[in-house]
Ligand binder design. Structure first.
Ligand SMILES: C[S@@+](CC[C@H](N)C(=O)[O-])C[C@H]1O[C@@H](n2cnc3c(N)ncnc32)[C@H](O)[C@@H]1O
Length: 204
C-alpha cells in the first residue's frame, strides 16, 4: 500500500527544499558528490532525486532512471532534468514498492536518502533486488555519530527533525550491511556524520 504519510511529508517540504538544502552545505559537499557520481556507468538507478540538486554534479552523457516518492519534489526537479547533458527518466515511486524487474541495474546511486526512507533496511533490501549480482551501491549520506557529545544531541534533534524531514541519527553503514550488501569503502567527509559509502551486491 502506498506510503501516503511519507509522500505528504516530502510534498510539503518541496516548496522550501532548495532554500533549506541548496545553500552552503550543498556547495561544501559538491566536490565529494562529484567524485562519487563520477563512477556512473551502465544501467543506473538514482534513488530519491528530490528537487534535482545533485544533477549538476552528474557526469554528462549518462542514461539514468530516477525515482522519488514525492511528485512535488520531482516537479521542482524538472528544469534541472531538462538541463542535464544526458538522459534522466524520473518516475514517482516508493523504494519499498519498486516495479523494476530483479537484476535490472548495474549501479544504484543515492544522496541524503536513508536518513528519510521510513524502513531503511527494507529499502536497502529492495535495492539489492533490482541490482545485478556484483552490482554497486554508491551513497552520500548523513548518519548519526558514535561519539559524545554528538550522539545524544542527534538523538534529541531527531525527535523534531523527523516531523518535517530526515532523521539525524541513523546507523546507515550498519543498515547497508544488515540488508545483505558487502561494504567496500566508507569515507568520512565531515566527522563521522557525513560520509560516502560504497557497497556491492554479493554474487549469487
Ligand atoms: C533529504 S531529501 C534528498 C533529496 C536529494 N537526494 C538531495 O540530496 O537533494 C530525501 C528525499 O527522499 C525521498 N524519499 C523519502 N522516502 C522515500 C521512499 N520511500 N522512496 C523514494 N523516495 C523517498 C523524499 O521524497 C526526498 O526527495
Amino acid at each position: 500500500m502506498a506510503d501516503l504519510v511519507t509522500r505528504a511529508k516530502w510534498d510539503k517540504a518541496a516548496r522550501n527544499f532548495d532554500l533549506m538544502a541548496g545553500g552552503g552545505a550543498e556547495a561544501r559537499w559538491k566536490p565529494f558528490k562529484q567524485k562519487l557520481f563520477a563512477n556512473m556507468q551502465g544501467r543506473i538507478l538514482f534513488l530519491a532525486l528530490g528537487t534535482g540538486l545533485d544533477i549538476p554534479t552528474f557526469p554528462p552523457g549518462q542514461d539514468i532512471t530516477a525515482i522519488d516518492i514525492s511528485p512535488k519534489m520531482l516537479a521542482q526537479a524538472a528544469p534541472r532534468i531538462a538541463a542535464y547533458d544526458g538522459t534522466i527518466r524520473a518516475e514517482v515511486m516508493d523504494v519499498h514498492e519498486m516495479t523494476f524487474a530483479p537484476d535490472s541495474f548495474d549501479q544504484v546511486f543515492t544522496s541524503c536518502t536513508f536518513c528519510s526512507v521510513p524502513r531503511p533496511v527494507e529499502g536497502l533490501k529492495a535495492l539489492l533486488r533490482v541490482l545485478k549480482p556484483g552490482g554497486e551501491l554508491f551513497m552520500f549520506e548523513h548518519t548519526g555519530s558514535r561519539y559524545l557529545p554528538f550522539k545524544p544531541m542527534m538523538d534529541l534533534m531527531t525527535v523534531l527533525s523527523r516531523r518535517m524531514g530526515p532523521d539525524m541519527n541513523r546507523t546507515t553503514v550498519d543498515n547497508v550491511r544488515k540488508a545483505g550488501f558487502r561494504i567496500t569503502e566508507v569515507e568520512n567527509v565531515f566527522l563521522d556524520v557525513v560520509k560516502t559509502i560504497k557497497a556491492v551486491k554479493p554474487q549469487a
